[in-house]
Design a protein around this ligand. Structure first.
Ligand code: PAF
Length: 297
């Protein structure tokens, strides 16, 4: 046990622990008392989007664990692992104010010992969208999330819809591997001007922050088309791509219209559809999406 810190502001006692053993002991204690446990997995640098997940978890469970771990395994060799923002004190204050009971903040060596060599990978759902340009990303996500599920053994776990592909992948993994827990997906939380909240927004300078609005603006145009009854996925993509092209600081990674269950590209909008985009604003890669349910007549 490296340290156990107690935060006592507002009379809530929230523990911060670094070891798997401490989490297990705490959860065992709660289980003995018949309490339910919710888990909010995060990479820290928490914002209102994370807070909405914690709020939901607090309202649905007796006890809530928030994991704060920048998972090296889900970053590619040229990605932003080293520069990913970290601020545990700020995260602890947010968690405590939201009513979380425990933060699990392990060091990488605690999660991945020297000869670590078992991975959780998925054949479907991970090849397109973000998986195309981040080929090892979902293997890293599935592996760490599986480990967290084994460590915390939650009744429910909470994920944001902003990472829509991640949400779909984790739901599928939970079903495939018979994890006995419920996955709760929570809506995207946006800044007042429409930009989806993300820890990576902190990378944006003033001009880039303004330019980043093009993501929600382009999706807004897509949504308006869908609401007007457009079902041609190619037309939808073209409107979004053309809108993104008006912003000089934006360069598109992908614009995709896919079936929300299979994540396979579709030609005609029918049933539940995910319209997902990934766009570089300067050097910062941002994602955003809408999930659209076509009314069946
Ligand atoms: O969404 C994230 O922050 C991460 O991918 C997750 C689920 C915490 C796994 O590291």
């Amino acid at each position: 046990m490296r340290y156990t810190k107690m935060c006592t502001e507002k009379g809530i006692i929230m523990k911060i622990v670094e070891t798997i053993q401490e989490v297990r002991e705490q959860v065992k204690e709660w289980r003995k008392q018949g309490l339910s446990v919710g888990l909010v997995p995060t990479m820290g640098y928490l914002h209102e989007g994370h807070k909405s997940l914690i709020d939901c978890a607090v309202s649905e469970n007796d006890k809530v664990v928030v994991s704060v771990f920048v998972n090296p395994m889900q970053f590619g060799p040229k990605e932003d692992l080293a520069s990913y923002p970290r601020d545990l004190d700020r995260d602890a204050a947010l968690c405590e104010n939201a009513g979380a009971d425990l933060i699990f903040h392990p060091e990488p060596e605690e999660m991945y010992h020297e000869d670590f060599s078992s991975f959780v990978d998925m054949n479907t759902l991970t090849g397109g969208l973000c998986g195309k340009t981040r080929p090892t990303h979902f293997r890293g996500v599935c592996t760490v999330v599986s480990k967290l599920f084994h460590i915390v053994t939650p009744d429910k776990a909470y994920f944001g819809q902003k990472d829509a592909q991640q949400l779909a992948v984790i739901r599928h993994m939970v079903s495939d591997l018979n994890f006995g827990l419920e996955i709760v997906g929570c809506p995207i939380v946006r800044e007042e001007d429409g930009l989806a909240k993300s820890s990576r927004n902190t990378y944006l300078n003033e001009d880039e922050r303004k330019a980043a609005l093009i993501l929600s603006k382009s999706l807004g145009k897509g949504k308006a088309l869908l609401e007007a009854g457009e079902t041609d996925a190619a037309k939808l993509k073209a409107v979004i791509e053309n809108t993104l092209a008006t912003e000089p600081l934006a360069s598109v990674d992908y614009v995709e219209v896919v079936d929300w269950d299979s994540l396979k590209p579709i030609e005609i909008v029918n049933g539940s559809v995910l319209v997902a985009i990934a766009v570089y604003i300067g050097k910062t890669r941002l994602i955003d999406n809408i999930i659209w349910q076509k009314e069946m007549r």
